[in-house]
Design a protein around this ligand. Structure first.
Ligand code: ATP
Ligand code: MG
Length: 1079
C-alpha cells in the first residue's frame, strides 16, 4: 500500500502526536522540545495544531510558503498553521461549511499572532481584484487599530490582548471575502487608571505621545513626556522591541485604510488625550463647617485643558466631580463627594470614556468592513480571546478572562473528547473509555444561574442595603463552600482554615489551567460598572460629537432609572452567544503553548510546557485520537466519495450504502483493523488509510477526468465539426449570397451605367431639343422683342432726337431727290433718240444716278421710238443698221447714204411697162431694182445695166431692152469688194469653179452701193443654205477678168478729173479708179 508520506518525510520527531510511540507525557514533551529546538513550532494532534511560541520571527510565513500549502492535503506537508487555515478555507469554499478557528492558550502563547497568520493566509489565497483587495486590506488593517487600543504590555506578554475578539470573515460562494464583523468582549478597562507593576497602559497612550507630531500634541494639549501623566506607569513605559512612534504612524495609516475620516481620527485622539488629562486631575480634601468632607480640585489647569479638548463647560465637570446626585422616585438628592469618591468618580469616568471609545472603534470598524452584498455568506470565524492568566493580584478582569478560557476549554472538550467518545458508543464501536478532566464543573461554579459565582455577585450588586466586596465574599463562602474547585479561608471547609497562601479577602478557583487566587476588592464595583449620572450628564453636554455619542444615558430627556445590566451578566450573555455561535460551525483548533515565562527564544521550560500540556488536555486528546479513529464518515457520503474505486460500486450501487462501503473496502483490500463499521458511519483508524483512499480517489478522478475529457473532447470535436459544417453551410450560403449579390450589384451597376448612358443620351437629346426649343422660344422672344422693339422704335423713333439727324438727312435727301426728279420731269428732253440734250446735274452726288437716268431715259426713248415702227420700216431700219455695221467708219461713201432711204425697187419694174418683158422673165420677187454701171474690163468704160436682186439671184439686164445679160445665183457669189472711198464701185466676185465664173467677176458701180451691198449681205444672212457673203472693203483688190486677174486700185483723184469718178485700164493687171477727194 503505497502512501504519500510527506508528513513523515524529513520529520523532526513526530509531526503528528497520534503517531508518537510510546505515548507518554515525557515522550510527548520530548517530541515537542525536539521539534521546538529545530524550529518546528507546529505539531499536530490529528487535525488539532499545537503552536509553540518561538519568540522570534521564523522564515516560515513567506509567500512561497503560502503557495506551498495552498490547496494541499492537510497531512501532505509538515505541520503548519497554514495547513489548518487552508483546510478550513477550502472546506468553507468547496463544502460550504462555516468554519471557526479556535485559538486557545495562555497569555503570551501566541494566539493573536496565530489569528493574524490565519487571516493573512486566507487573504493571500482567496480571490483577487480591486474590490476584494480593498476588503482584505480593511480586514487586515483593523488588527493594528484594535491592538493599539486594546492591547497592552503585561508581565506575560508585551502585546497582550486586553479584550476578547471574535471576527467573522464573510465570503461569497467563490470564496472571495465580502467583509467582516468583529465582536469584542469586555475590555480590561481598569488598566486605564492603574497598571500592575511592570505593566503598561494601553499602547495607544504611549504611541500617541511618542509618535504624534509636535503640532498634533500641541493641538491635543499634550506633552511628550510620559512622566507628566499619572495614568501612565513609568517603570515599563519603554518596551524593548516595541517602537511606539512607528506604531503610531502604522495605526494612523491603518485607521485611514479602514475608513476613518480625518475628523473622526482627531476626535479619537482628543478622547485619548482627555483620558490622560483626566488622570492628572487631583483632589484635595476640604472640611465643611457641617463636618462633612468635601473635595476640591488641586490644579484646575488640566481640567480646563480637558474641558477645552472635549468642549465641556469646566464648571459642569467641576461640579460633577464634587457632587453626586441620586434620583429615586422623582426625588433628587445631591451629596458631596469626598476626595476618595472624587478620585473614584474620576477613574470611573476615565475607564468608561476609554472603554466606550474602544467599543465605538469596533462599531466604526464594523461599519467600514461590513459586507455590502445581501447574498448568503459563508463565514469563517477567528476567535482570539485573551489568554488564561494568573497574576500575583488577580481581580474581576482576570476572573472574567479565565472564565472565558474555561468556556473555550469546555467547548474543546465537548467537541474533541466527549463528543467523540460518545459518538463511538452511539455508533456501537467497541470503545474503552478514556478518562479526561471535564471542566464543565468549573464552568458551572462560575456561571450557574442559582449558585454560580457570577449569579452571586449580581445578586449582591442588586441587593438593597450595604453591599461590599466582603459581603460578596461571605456569600460565596456560604454558597460555594462545598464546591471542589472553590477555595476560601472563610469557607466552612476546614481544609483551608490554616492555608496562609489564601488571604482572607480572597477566594481561589481551581481552574482547568491552574489555581487562581482572586482578590474580591473591586468585584462589586467593577461588576456594577457605575458611572455617576452627574458625570454622564456632564459628558453628554460636551460640545464634541463623539463624546455625546458615547454617553447617551447622559441625555436628561432619557433618564432611565432602571439599573443597567451588570458587567458580569453582560459578559456571560455574550460568551453564551459566542459559544452557541461556535457550535454551529466546523471547529479548527490551534492550541498555543508558551515555551517559557521570559519571552525568550530558544528557551524551553519543560515544567511550564508540561503544565500547559496537562491543562489543555493534550495527552487525553492524543489518547482519544489514537484509541479512536482518525476519520469517520456517514456511509452515504463515503460511498459517494469513493465508489469509483470499485467496479461493483461504480457508477451506481443499488443496495444499502453500508453494504456498498463494505464491498468497496473489501475490494480495495484495506486491512480490517484499519477501520470499523459503525451504525451510520465508517470509522477509519489511521490517516494513512484515508490518504490511501484519497490517493486512489485522486488517481481515479484523474482517470475519470481523462475519460470525461476524452468523451468531452470527442463530443466537443463533433460539436465543433457539426458547428463547422453548419458554419460552412452558413458561410457558403452567405458567400453565395454575397457572390450573387456582387454579381447582381455588378449587373445592376452595369445596367445603371447603360441606363445612365441611355438616359443621359435621351436626356441630352431631350435637353438639346429643349434647348433648341428654348433657343427657338428665346429667338422668338428675341425676334418678338426686337420686332416689338422695332415696332416700338419705329413708332417712337420720331420721338427720338437721336434719329432726327438721319431723319432730317433722309428728308433732305428725299426732298432733294424729289426736287431733282420733278426738275428732271419738267426739263425732260424730247423723245427724239438723237436728241443729245440732258438737263444739267444739280448735285455732284447724283452723278451716277443722273448718268444712269440719262442712259435709261435714252434707252426708253429709243424703245419708245422703235415701238412706233411698222414691219416694213423695221426691215428698212434693220438694213440701215446692218449697213451701219458694215460700213460705218470703213467707207467714205457711207455717211451720205445714211439719210437716203433704201427704197429697193427704184425702177418699179413691175409697174413700169418698159420693163415688162424683164419682169416676166424674172419670176421671183424683186428685192432691189436699180440702174448700175458695168465697167468694161477692157477699157474701163461704163455701160448702164439694170441690176435686179431676187432672193436667189442677181440679175443684170440691159438698160434699154431689158434683156437679161447675166444671172448670177447668189450661191455662186464669193464676196463683194468695195473701196474705202466715196465711189460707188463694187466687184462681185464669183466662186472659182462656179458656173457663173466663166465670164469672170463683175465690176459694177452704183449710186446705191451701200444699199446693194447691204442687201446682198443680208440675203446671205437670211438664207440658211448659203454662207454669209463676205464684204471686202479695201482700196486694192483683185478681180478675175476671164483668165486674168486684174487689180483694181482706187486713188484720190485731183480736180482736173472733174467731179466724176474715172476709171482707166492701165495695163493688163491694173485698173485704176480715181475718186474725187471728198470735201
Ligand atoms: N509565530 C510566532 N512567531 C514569532 N513570534 C511569535 C509568534 N507567536 C507569538 N510570538 C511572539 O509572542 C508574543 C506574544 O504573542 P501573542 O500576542 O500572540 O500572544 P497571545 O496569546 O495573544 O497573548 P494574550 O493572551 O496576552 O493576548 C508576540 O508579541 C510575539 O513577539
Ligand atoms: Mg493576544
Amino acid at each position: 500500500m503505497e502512501v504519500k508520506t510527506s508528513l513523515l518525510d524529513n520529520m523532526i520527531g513526530v509531526g503528528d502526536m497520534v503517531l508518537l510511540e510510546p505515548l507518554s507525557e515525557d515522550s510527548f514533551l520530548e517530541n515537542l522540545k525536539n521539534r521546538f529546538d529545530h524550529n518546528e513550532i507546529y505539531t499536530y494532534i490529528g487535525s488539532v495544531v499545537i503552536s509553540m511560541n518561538p519568540y522570534r520571527s521564523l522564515p516560515i510565513y513567506t509567500p512561497d510558503k503560502v503557495e506551498e500549502y495552498r490547496n494541499r492535503n492537510f497531512y501532505e506537508l509538515s505541520p503548519h498553521i497554514y495547513a489548518l487555515a487552508d483546510e478550513a478555507y477550502r472546506s468553507l469554499r468547496d463544502q460550504d461549511k462555516d468554519q471557526c478557528i479556535l485559538i486557545t492558550g495562555e497569555s503570551g502563547a501566541g494566539k493573536t499572532e496565530a489569528s493574524k497568520l490565519v487571516m493573512s493566509y486566507v487573504a493571500a489565497v482567496c480571490g483577487k481584484g480591486q474590490e476584494v483587495n480593498k476588503v482584505k486590506e480593511q480586514l487586515l488593517q483593523s488588527n493594528p487599530v484594535l491592538e493599539a487600543f486594546g492591547n497592552a504590555k503585561t508581565v506575560r506578554n508585551d502585546n497582550s490582548s486586553r479584550f476578547g475578539k471574535y471576527m467573522d470573515i464573510e465570503f461569497d460562494f467563490k470564496g472571495d471575502p465580502l467583509g467582516g464583523v468583529i465582536s469584542n468582549y469586555l475590555l480590561e478597562k481598569s488598566r486605564v487608571v492603574k497598571q500592575p507593576r511592570g505593566e503598561r497602559n494601553f499602547h495607544i497612550f504611549y504611541q500617541l505621545l511618542s509618535g504624534a507630531s509636535d503640532d498634533t500634541l500641541k493641538k491635543l494639549k499634550l506633552d511628550r513626556d510620559f512622566s507628566k501623566y499619572n495614568y501612565l506607569s513609568l517603570d515599563s513605559a519603554v518596551v524593548s522591541g516595541l517602537d511606539d512612534a512607528t506604531n503610531f504612524r502604522t495605526v494612523r495609516n491603518a485607521m485611514q485604510i479602514v475608513g476613518f475620516m480625518e475628523d473622526e481620527l482627531q476626535s479619537v485622539l482628543e478622547l485619548v488625550a482627555a483620558v490622560l488629562k483626566l488622570g492628572n486631575i487631583e483632589f484635595k480634601p476640604e472640611s465643611r463647617c457641617n463636618g462633612t468632607d468635601e473635595s476640591r480640585i488641586k490644579d484646575k489647569n488640566d481640567l480646563k485643558e480637558m474641558c477645552e479638548l472635549l468642549g465641556i463647560e469646566q464648571s459642569v465637570l467641576e461640579r460633577a466631580f464634587s457632587y453626586r446626585t441620586v434620583e429615586a422616585k422623582m426625588e433628587k438628592v445631591s451629596t458631596t463627594l469626598n476626595v476618595a469618591q472624587a478620585y473614584y468618580a474620576r477613574d470611573a469616568l476615565a475607564k468608561n470614556l476609554y472603554s466606550r471609545l474602544f467599543s465605538w472603534l469596533v462599531t466604526r470598524i464594523n461599519e467600514s468592513i461590513k459586507a455590502q452584498a445581501k447574498t448568503r455568506h459563508k463565514v469563517m470565524g477567528v476567535l482570539d480571546i485573551y489568554g488564561f492568566e494568573i497574576f500575583e493580584d488577580n481581580s474581576f478582569e482576570q476572573f472574567i478572562i479565565n472564565y472565558c478560557n474555561e468556556k473555550l476549554q469546555q467547548i474543546f472538550i465537548e467537541l474533541t473528547l466527549r463528543e467523540e467518545q460518545e459518538e463511538y458508543v452511539r455508533e456501537g464501536i467497541e470503545w474503552t473509555n478514556i478518562e479526561y478532566f471535564n471542566n464543565a464543573i468549573i464552568c458551572d461554579l462560575i456561571e450557574n444561574n442559582q449558585n454560580g459565582i457570577m449569579a452571586m455577585l449580581d445578586e449582591e450588586c442588586l441587593r438593597p442595603g450595604t453591599v461590599t466586596d466582603e459581603t460578596f465574599l461571605d456569600k460565596l463562602n456560604t454558597v460555594c463552600a462545598e464546591h471542589q474547585h472553590f477555595e476560601s479561608r472563610l469557607s466552612k471547609n476546614s481544609k483551608f482554615l490554616n492555608d496562609h497562601s489564601l488571604p482572607h479577602n480572597c477566594f481561589r478557583i481551581q481552574h482547568y489551567a491552574g489555581k487562581v487566587l482572586y482578590r474580591v476588592e473591586g468585584f462589586v464595583d467593577k461588576n456594577n460598572d457605575l458611572l455617576y449620572r452627574d458625570l454622564s450628564q456632564a459628558m453628554y453636554k460636551a460640545n464634541h460629537s463623539l463624546i455625546k455619542q458615547l454617553f447617551p444615558e447622559g441625555n436628561p430627556a432619557k433618564v432611565n432609572l432602571k439599573r443597567p445590566p451588570t458587567a458580569g451578566f453582560q459578559f456571560k450573555a455574550s460568551v453564551g452567544t459566542l459559544m452557541s455561535n461556535l457550535q454551529t460551525k466546523n471547529p479548527n483548533y490551534i492550541r498555543c503553548i508558551k515555551p517559557n515565562d521570559k519571552k525568550a527564544s530558544h528557551v524551553f521550560t519543560e515544567s511550564l510546557v508540561c503544565h500547559q500540556v496537562r491543562y489543555l488536555g493534550l495527552m487525553e486528546n492524543v489518547r482519544v485520537r489514537r484509541a479512536g479513529y482518525a476519520f469517520r464518515q456517514a456511509y452515504e457520503p463515503c460511498l459517494e466519495r469513493y465508489k469509483m474505486l470499485c467496479k461493483k460500486t461504480w457508477p451506481h450501487w443499488r443496495g444499502p450504502a453500508r453494504e456498498g462501503v463494505e464491498v468497496l473496502m473489501a475490494d480495495l483490500q484495506v486491512p480490517t483493523e484499519e477501520f470499523s463499521y459503525g451504525r451510520s458511519k465508517i470509522f477509519i483508524r489511521n490517516p494513512r488509510t484515508l490518504f490511501f483512499l484519497e490517493e486512489r480517489r485522486k488517481q481515479c478522478l484523474q482517470d475519470l477526468a481523462t475519460l470525461i475529457q476524452k468523451i468531452y473532447r470527442g463530443w466537443k470535436c463533433r460539436i465543433q465539426f457539426l458547428l463547422l459544417k453548419k458554419s460552412q453551410i452558413v458561410v457558403a450560403a452567405w458567400y453565395r449570397r454575397y457572390a450573387q449579390q456582387q454579381k447582381y450589384q455588378k449587373i445592376k451597376r452595369a445596367t445603371t451605367v447603360v441606363q445612365s448612358y441611355t438616359r443621359g443620351w435621351q436626356a441630352r437629346k431631350l435637353l438639346r431639343e429643349l434647348k433648341y426649343q428654348k433657343r427657338c422660344e428665346e429667338a422668338v422672344t428675341t425676334i418678338t422683342a426686337y420686332w416689338h422693339g422695332t415696332q416700338v422704335r419705329r413708332e417712337y423713333r420720331k420721338f427720338f432726337r437721336a434719329n432726327a439727324g438721319k431723319k432730317i438727312y433722309d428728308f433732305t435727301i428725299q426732298r432733294i431727290l424729289q426736287k431733282y426728279f420733278l426738275g428732271l420731269k419738267s426739263n425732260i428732253p424730247s423723245m427724239s433718240p438723237i436728241d443729245k440734250n440732258w438737263p444739267a446735274r444739280p448735285y455732284f452726288f447724283l452723278e451716277g444716278v443722273h448718268a444712269e437716268l440719262r442712259r435709261i431715259f435714252h434707252l426708253w426713248r429709243c424703245k419708245k421710238y422703235r415701238s412706233q415702227f411698222t414691219e416694213e420700216k423695221k426691215v428698212v431700219y434693220e438694213e440701215k443698221l446692218e449697213a451701219s455695221e458694215l460700213f460705218k467708219d470703213k467707207k467714205a461713201l457711207y455717211p451720205s447714204s445714211v439719210s437716203q432711204p433704201f427704197k429697193g425697187d427704184y425702177l418699179e419694174i413691175s409697174k413700169n411697162p418698159k420693163y415688162q418683158k424683164l419682169s416676166s422673165v424674172v419670176d421671183e420677187k424683186i428685192l432691189l431694182s436699180d440702174m448700175v454701171n458695168k465697167i468694161n474690163r477692157a477699157n474701163g468704160k461704163c455701160s448702164a445695166r439694170i441690176f435686179l436682186l431676187t432672193k436667189k439671184n442677181v440679175i443684170l439686164a440691159d438698160q434699154k431692152t431689158g434683156q437679161v445679160k447675166a444671172s448670177l445665183p447668189l450661191l455662186d457669189l464669193a464676196s463683194v469688194s468695195v473701196s474705202t472711198q466715196s465711189d460707188g464701185f463694187f466687184a462681185l466676185k464669183l466662186k472659182e469653179g462656179s458656173s457663173s465664173a466663166v465670164k469672170g467677176d463683175f465690176l459694177l458701180s452704183s449710186e446705191h452701193l451701200i444699199e446693194i451691198t447691204t442687201k446682198l449681205h443680208r440675203m446671205g444672212a437670211t438664207t440658211a443654205d448659203r454662207e454669209q457673203l463676205y464684204i471686202d472693203i479695201s482700196d486694192e483688190f483683185l478681180v478675175q477678168f476671164k483668165q486674168d486677174k486684174v487689180c483694181v486700185k482706187f486713188i484720190q483723184g485731183g480736180p482736173k478729173n472733174g467731179n466724176g469718178v474715172s476709171c482707166k485700164r492701165k495695163n493688163n493687171r491694173l485698173l485704176e479708179v480715181s475718186v474725187p477727194t471728198t470735201p
